[in-house]
Design a protein around this ligand. Structure first.
Ligand code: ASN
Ligand code: ZN
Length: 323
C-alpha cells in the first residue's frame, strides 16, 4: 500500500487510508477524544526542504523498512505517552495537535531540531554522529521545544534560552526513563546516548548528572558544560551559551530527583511541569527567577516545608543559586 501511495500529498493519503462518509467524519471530529495521538513521519530524502517529499508513515500504518521512520514514530509515541499519562497534557498544544516529524533531513546532517511546527532529524555524517532518531532523549528533547513554545515560550537566548534548553533535556530524559521504567538511581541521565560513532571518545551529548563529563575527544574536545554557577560561561556563541549553561539547571533537576528517589517523572517532573505551564515564568526569566518559580511550584503542590520543597531549595543552593 505504502509504495503505491508514496507520492500523493498528505490530505489525499489520509482520505485514502481512512475512508469515512462525510457526516461521520464531521461527528468524529466533533467528538475527538482527548489524549489520542496522531503522528505523521515524513521522509526529506536528503533535501533541506520541509516537511519532505514523502509521507512515510501515518497513524495506524504498519512499521516500514526504514529504521529512522519507525524510531521517530515510536519516539513521538513515548513522548506523547509521558505528557498525557503523567501530566494530562494532550500533545504539544494540549489540544491534540498532530505530531509531525521529518527524517533524512539534508546530507550527513549532524543535528536534530524543532522548526516551530515539527521535529526534524538528520542522518549524521557517519564519522562523528549516527542518525539522530537513535536516541529517545533527543526525540523527547525536540518535542519538548514545541511544548515550551506553546506554554512559557522562553526566549531562546541567554539564561532564558538555557532554561528552554534545560526543559527539553529534563523532559527528554524523563521520556526515556518512563519508557524504560527506570528509577532515578537506574537512569543514565545522559542526553543523546548512542549518537556518537565508535570513533568518538564519549558516551553522549550531555550529562545531566555530571555536566562536563559526557565526552573528551581529540576532535571534539572536552564536554564544556558547567554544573554550577561557578563555571557559568559568558559567550555570544550558541545564542549566549544556551546548550552550555543549561548544564546548571539540568544538574539542579537531577539533584532534586536524587534527593527524592523513586521515579523522576513523579514529584520532580511534576514540579518542573507546573513551573513550565503555570503561567508564572516571564519569557526572559533568568536562572534566579526560574529557581524561585520551581520553589514556588513545589510549595504550591506539595506544601511549604514539604520534603519536595526542601529538595528543590537545596538543589538550587548546591548549583550556586541559593534562594
Ligand atoms: N539540537 C539542537 C536543539 O534542539 C538544535 C538547535 O540548537 N537548534 O537544541
Ligand atoms: Zn534544544
Amino acid at each position: 500500500r505504502q509504495s503505491l501511495l508514496r507520492d500523493i500529498p498528505l490530505r489525499e493519503h489520509r482520505a485514502a487510508a481512512h475512508p469515512l462518509p462525510p457526516a461521520l467524519a464531521v461527528r468524529a471530529g466533533a467528538a475527538r477524544q482527548r489524549g489520542r495521538i496522531d503522528r505523521s513521519i515524513w521522509d526529506a530524502v536528503g533535501l533541506e526542504r520541509l516537511p519532505g517529499r514523502l509521507l512515510a508513515r501515518a497513524e495506524g500504518w504498519p512499521p516500514t523498512s526504514d529504521p529512522a521512520v519507525n524510531e521517530a514514530h515510536d519516539g513521538l509515541g513515548e513522548t506523547h505517552t509521558l505528557f498525557w499519562t503523567r501530566f494530562a497534557r494532550d500533545s504539544i498544544d494540549d489540544r491534540g495537535m498532530p505530531l509531525e516529524a521529518s527524517v533524512h533531513y539534508g546530507r550527513k546532517y549532524d543535528n536534530a531540531f524543532w522548526d516551530g511546527e515539527r521535529m526534524v532529524f538528520g542522518d549524521g555524517d557517519g564519522q562523528v554522529f549516527n542518525r539522530f532518531t537513535l536516541s529517545l532523549t533527543v526525540i523527547g528533547h525536540e518535542l519538548t521545544h514545541g511544548v515550551t513554545q506553546h506554554t512559557a515560550n522562553l526566549t531562546y537566548a541567554g539564561q532564558s534560552g538555557a532554561v528552554n534548553e534545560s526543559m527539553s533535556d529534563v523532559f527528554g530524559s524523563l521520556v526515556e526513563q518512563h519508557a524504560r521504567g527506570q528509577t532515578t538511581a537506574e537512569a543514565s541521565w545522559l542526553i543523546g546516548e548512542g549518537l556518537f560513532t565508535e570513533q568518538v571518545q564519549g558516551v553522549a551529548l550531555r550529562s545531566m548528572k555530571a555536566p562536563g563529563t559526557a565526552y573528551n575527544d581529540d576532535v571534539l574536545g572536552k564536554d564544556p558544560q558547567p554544573g554550577s554557577m561557578a563555571g557559568y560561561i559568558d559567550t555570544e556563541d550558541d545564542n549566549g551559551g544556551v546548550h552550555l549553561n543549561s548544564g546548571i539547571p539540568n544538574r539542579a533537576f537531577y539533584l532534586v530527583a536524587e534527593a527524592l528517589g523513586g521515579n523522576a517523572w513523579e514529584a520532580p517532573g511534576q514540579i518542573w511541569y507546573d513551573t513550565l505551564t503555570g503561567g508564572a515564568l516571564g519569557r526572559r526569566v533568568d536562572f534566579a527567577g526560574f529557581a524561585r518559580a520551581t520553589e514556588a511550584a513545589a510549595a504550591a503542590r506539595f506544601g511549604p516545608g514539604s520534603r519536595e520543597h526542601a529538595a528543590v531549595r537545596s538543589a538550587w543552593h548546591e548549583v550556586g543559586l541559593g534562594l
